[in-house]
Design a protein around this ligand. Structure first.
Ligand SMILES: Cc1ncc(COP(=O)(O)O)c(C=O)c1O
Ligand SMILES: N[C@@H](CCOP(=O)(O)O)C(=O)O
Length: 465
């Protein structure tokens, strides 16, 4: 399997190379040159597989040539054995044709664990064999950071630097990152917002010269292809459990960086019968504006009750654009250059293609709280604010009668106790046992100004030899 850049000017890479990088040299994002596809019979047969077996079935074609299937299965078994639910990603029914797919049973209580606990192990496997050390740089609005640290903390060939917006992640999210102590783990609280942190990460990938020596810079954000790849699996898992391929399934996906929903798009391109992908945003609604107005522009970032989705530059949207524009790298390079200068508009043809599969909804904080309260009162089911945005969008979506809609429940409510309180729920969310003493653990993090040079100097000064 070869991977090519969305901007058409970078060398193509194999899986091992794409795992060990971030942005392509031309500033684009790597995508597979072609996708594996599954027939209806093959999809029906997936019902027999448990989660790690299904993961092998979906992931193996993307990895082929880099990691032998037996080794990959062992890595997948170990990764998902760590989850706290036998089904790994259980489905819960909230109402007729309304389901949630609980993606928060991993060690750090968010869907990021599905990809990042695997990514850590894949990196460890590859780096050990290559006797290579790398530097990881990642930006987080709260969840990627802890999942990446948890996934990589055992890898002695990695130094990991995670940038989070100072004071803008929940206390639980911050503690989950900053209480993991190790010489190779560095938490940087940047005096800016998530967009600032993500821009610094991208700038560092675009010019890696600040890292003297031969250490490669590796991404843990969803700009790394392996992140997206791992997230395709649970779309198949949920859809098959609800009767695919004999019937179509819709998904509602709380969206920020467009990584999770892009994985759903890929599942549909690989043969899964998907009726609709609902882009559910908080009031940072750049993607909802794309769908309703056909234009994409920068907006001031607003802080909301769903902080992990406080994002206004949605990285992976470029990967979808690449397909919407017939995989024309120079068209994408042109669009992204214009986006740097201001608002861009998309062609009628591109928007028509997008609207054939995607719809969107923006859910503000008041509606988020109302949905959390309604679901709690009706089924005693506690949603986290991000998942509540997905459920609200699922309920409001106009779908053909009888089509089940699955909302991806992307985080555990105990990560966001303030939002649960604000929603007026008469119960508290409890952290699972392994995190019960989280607030007693000592923290370590560095507060840095919102300046690239300060962040890069910190990284260089704190690299382990
Ligand atoms: C809890 C939670 N839900 C939803 C999202 C949105 O996912 P994505 O960025 O892949 O669109 C994120 C992170 O961005 C998240 O942390
Ligand atoms: N919500 C994310 C933001 C980063 O997105 P990613 O999927 O590109 O890593 C977070 O919690 O950090």
């Amino acid at each position: 399997m070869k991977y090519i850049s969305t901007r058409g000017q970078a060398p193509s890479l194999d899986f091992e190379q794409v795992l060990l990088t971030g942005l392509a040299a031309d500033g684009g994002l790597y995508v597979p040159e072609s996708l594996p596809t599954f027939s209806s019979e093959e999809i029906a047969a997936m019902a027999e597989l448990d989660y790690p077996q299904l993961a092998l079935r979906i992931i193996e074609p993307f990895v082929a040539g880099s990691i032998p299937a037996d080794d990959l299965q062992a890595i997948l078994d170990e990764t998902y054995a760590e989850f706290r639910h036998d089904a790994v990603a259980p489905l819960v029914q909230l109402a007729n044709n309304q389901w949630v797919l609980e993606l928060f049973h991993g060690p750090t209580l968010a869907f990021k664990d599905f990809a990042l606990q695997l990514l850590g192990r894949l990196l460890d496997y590859v780096l050990e064999r290559k006797h290579q050390k790398v530097v990881i740089m990642g930006a987080t609005s709260g969840d990627t950071g802890s999942a990446a640290i948890e996934g990589c903390k055992r890898c002695k060939n990695i130094d990991i630097f995670i940038l989070h917006p100072h004071g803008r992640v929940s206390d639980v999210q911050r503690k989950q990152m900053t209480t993991v102590v190790g010489d190779n783990i560095h938490n940087l609280a940047v005096q800016g917002n998530f967009d600032d942190c993500q821009a610094m990460v991208k700038a560092s990938f675009n010019d890696r010269s600040f890292l003297a020596g031969d250490r490669s810079l590796v991404a843990v954000n969803s700009i790394n292809w392996a992140r997206i790849m791992a997230q395709i699996v649970y779309y198949f898992y949920a859809a098959v459990a609800l009767g695919a391929p004999a019937r179509k399934i819709a998904f509602s996906v709380p969206t920020g960086n467009f990584g999770d929903i892009f994985a759903g798009y890929l599942a549909s391109q690989m043969g899964l019968p998907v009726e609709r992908l609902i882009i559910a945003t908080n009031r940072n609604d750049v993607l909802h504006r794309v769908m309703t107005q056909g234009s994409y522009g920068r907006q001031p970032l607003e802080h909301s009750l769903s902080p992990s989705m406080d994002i206004t530059v949605s990285s992976n949207f470029e990967r979808l654009l690449f397909d919407l524009y017939d995989r024309d790298g120079s068209a994408i390079a042109g669009l992204m250059a214009d986006f740097e200068k201001g608002e861009i508009s998309f062609s009628e043809q591109a928007m028509g293609r997008a609207r054939a599969l995607f719809s969107s909804q923006c859910v503000d904080d008041a509606a988020t709280c109302a949905q959390m309260a309604e679901t709690w009162e009706r089924c005693e089911y506690m949603l986290d604010p991000h998942s509540a945005i997905g459920v609200k969008a699922a309920i409001d979506a106009e779908l053909p009668a009888g089509v089940p809609v699955v909302t991806l429940a992307t985080a555990h409510p105990a990560k966001f106790p303030a939002a649960v309180k604000e929603a007026g729920l008469d119960d508290e969310p409890f952290l699972p046992h392994h995190l019960r003493d989280l607030f007693d653990r000592p923290e370590r993090f560095e507060v840095l100004p919102n300046e690239l040079s300060a962040v890069q100097s910190f990284m260089v000064d704190n690299l382990n030899s």
